[in-house]
Design a protein around this ligand. Structure first.
Ligand code: ZN
Length: 233
């Protein structure tokens, strides 16, 4: 009887843990909900912490984080999250992006959202890294005119929005993202596009990366970090 009871308690324990992990990905309605999600991270964040302290604690955790070998994309998720954090620390939105070579897995470019810091409406994380990459003449070898040759991947901390999705479809590069964007992400809404863009998007793969739950959680909270000080317009 004791063994049966223990078994059910274990099931309950793990199902609650799973629910905890799942609930962190629910879009936070306000600062209080986001704070609860932040406190659940293993970064020792407390309710009284100000934005700077929260950023410092996440940064400390990320820098010491060892990539989980069970998740092939953890290396890229960590760098994208560090970029996202850099933006938050500068008063911007928490999205980071990079471009890497598939064969060598070398990161060629990394950038972050710069809408607030540069006051440019187009500078989402993905757009910023694509601009940096395309502006360097040395990268012509990776491209056929403006379209990417095979062998490069774009990686974002968060699911591409409609604007970035169309740019990515235009350059024709496979893309991965760390956390889904239930409110603004485009990957589940491809059918809403006009036929030309739908066809173009069908030629590439834009999907969720294989990154650890903790990298996904950090990408999620950084995406919604604008709620911490109402920096969202
Ligand atoms: Zn975007």
């Amino acid at each position: 009887m004791k063994k049966i009871l223990l078994f059910f308690l274990l099931i309950l324990h793990f199902s609650v843990k799973a629910q905890d992990a799942d609930s962190i990905f629910i879009t936070p309605a306000n600062r209080a909900v986001l704070m609860q999600q932040l406190i659940r991270l293993p970064c020792k964040i407390e309710l009284k912490d100000k934005v700077k302290t929260i950023c410092d604690k996440i940064e400390k955790y990320l820098i010491s984080y060892k990539n989980d070998p069970n998740f092939a994309d953890d290396k890229f998720a960590k760098v994208a999250n560090l970029q996202a954090l850099k933006s938050v620390k500068m008063g911007g939105y928490g999205i980071g992006a990079l471009i890497y070579e598939n064969k060598s897995r070398k990161i060629l470019y990394a950038a972050h959202n710069a809408q607030m810091t540069k006051l440019r409406s187009d500078l989402h994380g993905e757009m910023a890294v694509l601009n940096d990459f395309e502006d360097n003449p040395k990268n012509k070898k990776y491209r056929n005119k403006y379209v990417f040759k095979e062998g490069l991947t774009i990686f974002s901390s968060a699911e591409p929005c409609p604007m970035c999705f169309i740019r990515i479809a235009t350059v024709g590069a496979n893309t991965k993202f760390c956390t889904a964007g239930p409110d603004d992400g485009m990957t589940q809404r491809v059918q809403c596009l006009p036929p030309y863009w739908r066809d173009l998007a069908s030629k590439i793969s834009i999907k969720k990366a294989q990154s650890s739950p903790i990298m996904q959680m950090i990408a999620h909270v950084l995406f919604y970090s604008y709620l911490l000080d109402n920096r969202h317009i």
